[in-house]
Design a protein around this ligand. Sequence first.
Ligand SMILES: *[C@@H]1O[C@H](CO)[C@@H](O)[C@H](O)[C@H]1NC(C)=O
Ligand SMILES: *[C@@H]1O[C@H](CO)[C@@H](O)[C@H](O)[C@H]1NC(C)=O
Ligand SMILES: *[C@@H]1O[C@H](CO)[C@@H](O)[C@H](O)[C@H]1NC(C)=O
Ligand SMILES: *[C@@H]1O[C@H](CO)[C@@H](O)[C@H](O)[C@H]1NC(C)=O
Ligand SMILES: *[C@@H]1O[C@H](CO)[C@@H](O)[C@H](O)[C@H]1NC(C)=O
Ligand SMILES: CC(=O)N[C@H]1CO[C@H](CO)[C@@H](O)[C@@H]1O
Length: 589
Amino acid sequence: MERRTDKGNRDTYLFLENSVTSTRPKHSRRVLTAIALLFISTCLYLLRDAYRSSCIRQSSTKPVPHLPDLYEAGILELQAGLDAGHFTSVDLVKAYFNRIEEVNLKGPALHAVIELNPSALSQAKTLDLERRMKGKRGPLHGIPVMLKDNMATIASEGMNTTAGSYSLLGSIVPADAGVVKKLRQAGAIILGKSNLSEWARARGIIQNGWSARGGFTTGAYYPNSDTCGSSSGSGVAASIGLATVTLGTETDGSISCPSSFNNIAGIKPTVGLTSRAGVIPVTLHQDTVGPMTRTVEDAALVLTVIAGPDVNDNYTLAQPLPVPDYSLALDKDALRGKRVAILRRTFFTETSPIQAHPYIFEVFDEAVKTIESLGATILQANMSAIDEILTSRDESIVMAVDMKMQINDYFASLLENPSGVRNIADLIKFNEDNPELEIPEEQDQSGLIAAEATYGPNSTYYEALRRYKDIAADGSINAVLREFQADAILMPGFGTTFASALAGYPIVTVPLGFFPDNTTASHWPGKTSGSLYPAPGVPMGLSFLGTSFSEFELIGFAYAYEQATKTRLKRRAFKDAIPVTQLIDVILR
Ligand SMILES: *[C@@H]1O[C@H](CO)[C@@H](O)[C@H](O)[C@H]1NC(C)=O
Ligand SMILES: *[C@@H]1O[C@H](CO)[C@@H](O)[C@H](O)[C@H]1NC(C)=O
Ligand SMILES: *[C@@H]1O[C@H](CO)[C@@H](O)[C@H](O)[C@H]1NC(C)=O
Ligand SMILES: *[C@@H]1O[C@H](CO)[C@@H](O)[C@H](O)[C@H]1NC(C)=O
Ligand SMILES: *[C@@H]1O[C@H](CO)[C@@H](O)[C@H](O)[C@H]1NC(C)=O
Ligand SMILES: CC(=O)N[C@H]1CO[C@H](CO)[C@@H](O)[C@@H]1O
């Protein structure tokens, strides 16, 4: 989330093992394939890269299986290769681990990943065996998924759950998060945890993508570029194929904005569609868990698995059932005959030091033309009603009170916490007592201090909550949809999440474009250090907003736009940030 200051300005928005072949069935075709692969590997080894293509040509009597490029490969492409026996989930885990190793701390040191799952290879082995014996459970069977480090995973598996904070290192959670249970039931492999803005940026004014445990996440499209936040590591990991898919969380902007900055698709679901049980909270009124992936198709497949009721998060019990199969929304024609209300603005105030770069609106205007060409009627909207709460303190009043209650409840739910921290007051003191770990440079904890200063819900809280829900939901998003009889609202994916955050409504974000090569790489306004934004090649996104539980429609619209433009494929990360390990490197070793 991008926490807002008490002044109500949007100015804090941005400160924001090896022989795999031996585990395969002894099936003659497979053996032949293995021999062919062995031949190729020998060729490769002897002749090195320059001879690679001629080498493969010599073996062309036996077709070499097509191995997907892990930079882009999605769920269905990987499932096809897994089903055909071209590679295994063990291969996938090894390849992703190597890719992470190449870029996370070494090379461009992107710090996208905070921890690897020491059980991922054994999980992959079990799931490979199950696939051979019984077939796959569904599209996520054997697919490696990266989780944001605020989603609980049982400690016996070997990973921590810390929201990036040393205060939670070694803590023992009571159970997997609700979404993690659903992923495991679907056969997904938990590959690791991604870095984030610490405490999903509820901590205070900290840099996007910074956490004490994970270091400082930087973008893969320009060295030291800003990733937005707080699901920064998930955004970067998805952007260059460090996992097949990732999950993020959003309180206000934390999926949409890093999806925009990292050239990926993101779904911020309606609050109550996906379970927050076992997710380190900010505010139950706004928190939501969603997929961050390279394609809308992958996002739809993941959402179908993680959506649905969970007795441990009663907000999810109010959702319409059955949970749709969101992959049925993937229709290239989904925009035909639809009415799309354009909001050519952001929710930054005029006096905010941060404003959307004018170039974003140039690219946005092109996107509007594309959407019109796909058969949609374009309507110019404004949503001026939101301005009434844009400059108020309503969001921060509610957030501070909720954070104290809910983070304290989270600490209380832990079976053990070696740091001794049991509530926000302890946490503030822990950070002060460990400045070398937790308070480097400008990373403050004003959000925690504001939360600690609250004493539970009172009339000020209830009034702020009622006002912002009314204005953001019925007064703003629903009002625009009603007034224009629109099917969705379209905005750039930067500075535009406020209304949806307060209303608890969904946003689907897709790649929109990139800052041109002649862009001057800049620090944020008023800063002379830290991450760069904008910078040449840094991505920007496009967001489809709608009313509660309109994910199915929004996914269709985003897919139609994505398929018509294929913007993601128009630019790649900078050279050093592109991992070179591919499946062939781990299969043949
Ligand atoms: C947590 O992190 C620590 C330090 O990196 C590590 O020793 C430990 O194995 C991790 N996992 C758990 C469950 O504590
Ligand atoms: C969830 O449960 C809490 C506490 O029991 C209650 O206050 C709240 O209204 C419930 N929310 C929903 C959406 O059912
Ligand atoms: C939207 O409405 C506000 C307040 O009425 C006005 O100041 C602003 O110029 C309008 N913006 C557009 C793009 O129409
Ligand atoms: C409610 O509590 C907040 C702090 O949590 C305080 O600022 C505010 O004045 C209180 N309102 C009332 C009416 O007591
Ligand atoms: C920078 O590049 C963009 C897109 O290629 C172009 O439209 C713009 O005129 C260029 N700006 C300058 C200052 O050269
Ligand atoms: C998996 C991984 O690379 N984790 C690293 C995350 O960043 C911290 C801080 O630099 C390292 O200590 C971890 O090894």
